[in-house]
Design a protein around this ligand. Structure first.
Ligand code: ZN
Length: 347
């Protein structure tokens, strides 16, 4: 039997190695100011906007807005939502639509809120926000650009994207251009582990993307049906059953939307409860898809704050039978999993 003198140090060494191993296994999330552990993400609004420029890919650029003015306008809304307990915000404005890593980095530093930004191209709205070179390049060449942003930062900044944001045409099959964008997202995911969030209106393009990703060797759990509220409950359940994420965005209290009417708080409650009853609460994400400083409008125009989930939705979800753990699942656990950098290969 080993003496106590040897046994105690051996046990300490063993505990040390076991804990190191745990740290290594814990997943990382890339914020605009560097990587954090997924356990540090906290209460998260997964899909919001700071700034949007609708002028189109051929005319947009950093010259279009004044960073100081934008920061001054947006700061109070970030401070307001920090007061509701929010630790992290996913900022979903894509490249060529007003993504500005310098503003996001500064906003995060000033408020202490973690912010994530994205790489990818936005194909919806007749490709108005796609750069001209996207038409000529192959999916591999496009992926190379996105992977470079992940490895080296966006536009000369040190800000790296934490996820992929793409989008495809509404209510239709994938055009060859949009197939290429989905393929580029698959290649980028397999190289970087970034989750693919895709602005997808309607069931048909949602099913089409999950199928194409499968052909590219990517598991459905690497894909988020962004704006899944636009799809049928059936399709939400079917795709969640395959492992895809269901993102119910644009939660908004609007007295003009009657109770139960599509887009009302009651409608979101029903959809979330239905997904819970189908066993998929661990695949549901919620957001306001709110903001934003609208470039071209005086002082950014009307800005919608990020508080309705806390002020209206959560209490109704609890009244409808969700527990505190369920709310934590929606606002903390699911965001931590969906934003974790991990390659998810298909079968
Ligand atoms: Zn959005």
């Amino acid at each position: 039997m080993p003496s106590k003198k040897i046994l105690l140090p051996s046990i300490l060494v063993l505990i040390f190695f076991l804990s190191c191993n745990n740290v290594e296994q814990e997943e990382r999330i890339m914020t605009v100011n560097g990587a954090i552990f997924s356990s540090d993400l906290g209460v998260t609004l997964i899909h919001e906007h700071v700034l949007v420029d609708w002028i189109g890919a051929d005319s947009t650029g950093y010259h279009r807005w004044d960073r100081t003015e934008v920061l001054e306008r947006v700061l109070p809304f970030f401070i307001e939502v920090a007061g509701r307990g929010v630790d992290t915000i996913g900022e979903f404005t894509p490249a060529y639509l007003g993504r500005d890593p310098y503003i996001l980095s500064e906003l995060s530093r000033r408020t202490g809120i973690n912010i994530l930004t994205n790489t990818g191209f936005y194909g919806a709205v007749d490709n108005r926000f796609m750069p001209a070179y996207a038409y000529d390049e192959t999916s591999a060449e496009i992926a190379e650009r996105w992977i470079l942003e992940f490895k080296e930062g966006i536009d000369g900044s040190e800000v790296r994207p934490g996820f992929l944001k793409i989008s495809v045409a509404e209510h239709t099959g994938l055009s060859s251009l949009h197939q290429k964008i989905v393929e580029a997202a698959a290649i980028t995911h397999l190289e970087t582990g970034m989750t693919i969030f895709s602005h997808t209106i309607g069931d048909e393009p949602a099913r089409g993307q999950v199928e194409l990703l499968g052909q590219m060797g990517v598991d459905p759990s690497a894909w988020v049906w962004t704006h899944a509220q636009s799809g049928s409950l059936d399709a939400n359940i079917t795709l969640a059953g395959k492992g895809a994420w269901i993102s119910l965005d644009n939660v908004m209290f609007d007295p003009a939307r009657g109770e139960g009417q599509e887009g009302s708080i009651g409608w979101y409650v029903d959809r979330i409860i239905s997904l819970r009853d189908a066993g998929h609460l661990d695949k549901v994400l919620i957001s306001h898809d709110a903001g934003w400083y609208d470039v071209g409008e005086p002082n950014g125009g009307d800005f919608r704050g990020y508080t309705d989930i806390f002020d209206y939705l959560i209490s109704e979800l609890i009244d409808s039978g969700l527990s505190d753990e369920d709310i934590e699942q929606l606002l903390v656990k699911n965001p931590a999993r969906v934003f974790s950098l991990r390659v998810k290969k298909g079968e």
